[in-house]
Design a protein around this ligand. Sequence first.
Ligand SMILES: NC(=O)c1ccc[n+]([C@@H]2O[C@H](COP(=O)([O-])OP(=O)(O)OC[C@H]3O[C@@H](n4cnc5c(N)ncnc54)[C@H](O)[C@@H]3O)[C@@H](O)[C@H]2O)c1
Length: 367
Amino acid sequence: MHTFEAIISLDKFPIIIGTNIFDSLIAFLKNYTKNNIFIICDNYFKVNTNSYSESLFFIHEYNNLFIDGGIESKTIETYQVVIKELVKKNIARDGIIVSIGGGVIGDLSAFVASTYQRGIDLVHVPTTTTAMIDSSIGGKTGINHLEQVNLIGSYHNPKAIFMDLRLLLSLNNRDYYSGICEAIKMSITSDKEMFLKFLDIYELVEQRNLDTLEEIIYWSVLTKLKHVSNDYKEKSLRLILNYGHTFGQAIETYYGLYQEKLKHGEAIALGISIAAKISDLLFENDDSKNLLLKTHEVINKYNLPDKFNKINSPDIPDINILIKNLFNDKKRISQGNRFIICESIGNTKIKILNDEKILIKGFEHIY
Ligand SMILES: NC(=O)c1ccc[n+]([C@@H]2O[C@H](COP(=O)([O-])OP(=O)(O)OC[C@H]3O[C@@H](n4cnc5c(N)ncnc54)[C@H](O)[C@@H]3O)[C@@H](O)[C@H]2O)c1
């Protein structure tokens, strides 16, 4: 079990990672009046029972609302449903929202918490690899609107995060590996030793060994905190977390919001394959060749796609559409096309790339 303090900008809060941690959550909630606590939980845990279900019974002792996980729930309509329930239950300004779910329930609950009565307290209990490794850390909240991802959102840090690794045992394989991809990506940009470990431990990850998962998630949380704590609103250091994202997003845009054909982490896996190829085209040395080779090796070991023929759809986009999407990306800045590129594993640079031919060759690499 790991218990430590996160510091993001002016906010400080505890993070607990382990198994059987719900007693600590219940103890934490004693800081609030019971009828001022409102739990928003992924419907998965109402409908499905398994070995840890009993430890979730406490939810029924508080005000609660179960909402389906999945991208379809991250909407303004669901937001309104939650707000109505909060009003109905008379949740006051000094109350707290507890979010139990994946990135969808987490982003939605956090957006509710940041806006209801101009902002109330929030606790995250992430239940997917994506939510533990990525979305519960960093304070970003959001809902999708007008077919655009996180068009409406804000920044709002929680008062605490409780991660129970047993929850990951029931996650389906695609969602499981999609979240792990974020951790692999961070190791490529900032920690060669961890990257090499990923190449070794893939069988333990496949078996969902809880000690291995604890090590990966603890490392990921610390690494993400390092990137966001001094750069809360995404100025420079935080941008390194976007490695592979700009390329992945160009692909994600083609498949649209609903992720059956391509999950976010799968798009990132394609994106980091493109980024590694571009790096090799730019540097053409032993380090860049090694980066390219090992990127494919790790993606394959973790059941993620590094080429279009490995995704869950026969529908493959025309390359020109992807290049067009790339140049429409909101993260592009006026001075040129800023991309995060690794020179070697663990060594990242922000580069302005205006040579469209190199970008095209990067995309061609995944066909
Ligand atoms: N805020 C951020 O910084 C940030 C970062 C990355 C991703 N995100 C957002 O996260 C969302 C994706 O998150 P996600 O992949 O967790 O999706 P999700 O929340 O939809 O969860 C995926 C599926 O798993 C189910 N599920 C949840 N926990 C489970 C468990 N323990 N066992 C079995 N099934 C379970 C859900 O019901 C859902 O069907 C996207 O909306 C994305 O925009 C936000």
